[in-house]
Design a protein around this ligand. Structure first.
Ligand code: ADP
Ligand code: TYD
Length: 209
């Protein structure tokens, strides 16, 4: 899809530092004079935030895997229509904390092999990929330590074991190879500023090309 702006997504396991880095990148780009929209999934538009509450709250088995794919995709469609596409058309930089790659991993891998269903629905209803996807890669044991140090924890995070986080980590790394044209993998185990430096270097290459 061609558009005037730049669409950047952050991906990685829970607690890897995506939100921290997305915020730091937004601040740095704004300071450089870019118009930036910082957003997240699930959510990012009023309707999608309502769906966020449906998918992230309640029992882990509240929805079947297939229903969950539909809900995440419905949220994404609304987010795309109301927030992402208008911003890109206006030439802004959109920074999104998680996008379709999260559905490919979490719904596509964690409860059986549903990757084909995720991809088919994505092609039918979304059809947009980020220009650049930054994968913050790190060992799940270390991200778990970070998450446990936080005062509030995501309900679903608590229900995810380290095994699943490990599966997600290797899934994300495989995805980075599959979509090597748009993925950049960054080591997230270092300090916030070192990681942010690499993120900004990856983005700078896209802003000048
Ligand atoms: P995510 O969005 O991937 O779940 P967060 O950005 O919310 O991750 O970070 C999870 C926790 O780890 C937060 O408490 C955050 O302040 C902390 N954190 C983020 N990046 C780093 C880092 N590079 N080193 C140490 N702690 C970090
Ligand atoms: P969030 O609190 O935003 O977690 P994080 O800070 O780690 O990004 O919750 C998002 C959760 O939703 C996270 O556990 C991953 C999950 N998720 C999916 O399962 N599928 C998706 O398509 C998306 C976007 C998120």
């Amino acid at each position: 899809m061609s558009h005037a702006g730049l669409f950047i997504s952050f991906e990685g396991i829970d607690g890897s530092g995506k939100s921290t880095q997305a915020r730091a990148l937004a601040d740095a780009l704004q300071a450089d004079g870019h118009q930036v929209v910082l957003t997240r999934e699930p959510g990012g538009s009023p309707g999608a935030e309502e769906i966020r509450a449906l998918v992230l709250q309640g029992d882990a088995d509240r929805w079947s895997a297939e229903t969950e794919i539909l809900l995440f995709t419905a949220a994404r469609r609304d987010h795309l229509e109301r927030t992402i596409l208008p911003a890109l058309k206006a030439g802004k930089v959109v920074i999104c904390d998680r996008f379709a790659d999260s559905t490919r991993m979490y719904q596509g891998l964690s409860r059986g092999d549903l990757r084909g269903v995720v991809d088919d629905l994505h092609a039918l209803m979304i059809g947009v990929e980020p220009d650049l996807t930054i994968l913050i890669d790190m060992d799940p044991a270390r991200s778990l330590d970070r998450a446990l140090a936080q005062p509030t924890q995501d309900l679903r995070f608590e229900s995810f074991g380290e095994d699943l986080q490990r599966q997600m980590r290797s899934g994300f790394l495989a995805l980075a190879e599959e979509f090597s044209n748009r993925f950049v993998v960054i080591d997230g185990t270092r300090g916030i500023d070192d990681v942010a430096h690499d993120v900004q270097a990856a983005v700078a290459a896209h802003l000048t090309s």
